[in-house]
Design a protein around this ligand. Structure first.
Ligand SMILES: Nc1ncnc2c1ncn2[C@@H]1O[C@H](COP(=O)(O)OP(=O)(O)OP(=O)(O)O)[C@@H](O)[C@H]1O
Ligand SMILES: Nc1nc2c(c(=O)[nH]1)N=C(CO)CN2
Ligand SMILES: [Mg+2]
Length: 239
């Protein structure tokens, strides 16, 4: 998605959630400075790393994630796919002994599990926004093989491929990496969250709060945009 078209959705999101574009931009710059010092991946680097396949699976943290992982392990030859975990889904994958190739995160998932995934070879796509500057500063440098993203104007080596939540951003990333087919697992959307999305939840699933519901509505809307506008086959295991 070109920035001009993304900007239409982005303006609506800023307005709807009361986020500040200036704070998003500042944090994007901060991430770019950290990556300039620590080193980072470019899109071309990541394309080469995952160049073994143009078939991707994006894992979300919805209620179906565990069932979908089990089904995929049983029925798919997973070494033929680039496995992309959206933030909290990393924990569900690790529980099932499945290592992601890429983790897409704004650093509010289980950081220990993301670090484990990184140590096992996952590349980390770190998203800077106006509400995670502390994490960007304190956590980014613990990871290796990092590619930076922003939801504001791209800056330096920090990209904007389109997308809002970690899950739909992961699909936009797969498109930017020239995916021909993207299977969606655990991408339920709706109004139920899991302990993978909300680690403090006392039960495995529970009702999403109003902000999370709204985030998931945008995630679904942006996923529909990809289905309708990008030249890629999307297979949602939920359907
Ligand atoms: N029912 C669902 N509950 C949680 N995540 C879902 C669901 N359906 C799809 N997803 C996708 O799984 C992704 C990973 O979930 P997670 O809650 O860790 O992400 P997040 O984008 O950081 O959300 P938040 O900002 O609310 O913490 C979400 O970004 C979302 O796109
Ligand atoms: N400013 C801001 N931006 C975001 C936020 C958030 O909480 N604040 N959460 C996101 C993932 O769902 C994506 N972008
Ligand atoms: Mg997150």
């Amino acid at each position: 998605m070109e920035f001009g078209e993304w900007n239409i959705y982005y303006k609506e999101i800023l307005d709807d959630f009361g986020f500040s574009r200036e704070d998003d931009e500042k944090c994007g710059q901060l991430l770019d400075e950290i990556l300039a010092e620590e080193g980072c991946l470019t899109l071309e680097d990541l394309s080469k790393i995952v160049g073994f396949s143009d078939k991707f699976i994006v894992f979300g943290a919805g209620p179906s994630v565990k069932d979908h992982i089990k089904l995929l392990k049983e029925k798919y030859d997973l070494k033929d796919y680039v496995l992309v975990a959206a933030d909290g889904a990393t924990t569900a994958m690790i529980e099932e002994k499945l290592a992601p190739d890429i983790v897409v995160t704004d650093l509010d998932g289980n950081l220990d599990d993301i670090l484990i995934a990184n140590l096992k070879g996952a590349n980390i796509v770190v998203h800077a926004h106006g509400d995670n500057a502390d994490k960007i500063v304190n956590v980014t440098s613990f990871f290796t093989n990092v590619l930076g993203t922003t939801q504001a104007q791209p800056v330096g080596n920090v990209y904007n491929f389109g997308g809002f939540t970690d899950g739909d951003r992961a699909i936009f990333l797969a498109v930017a990496l020239n995916a021909s087919e993207i299977t969606l697992a655990g991408m339920d959307f709706g109004d139920i969250v899991t302990k993978y999305s909300r680690p403090n939840l006392p039960t495995v699933t529970g009702p999403a709060d109003e902000i999370k519901r709204k985030k998931l509505q945008y995630a679904e809307k942006l996923t529909k945009w990809i289905i309708e506008n990008e030249n890629v086959d999307i297979i949602n295991l939920k359907e």
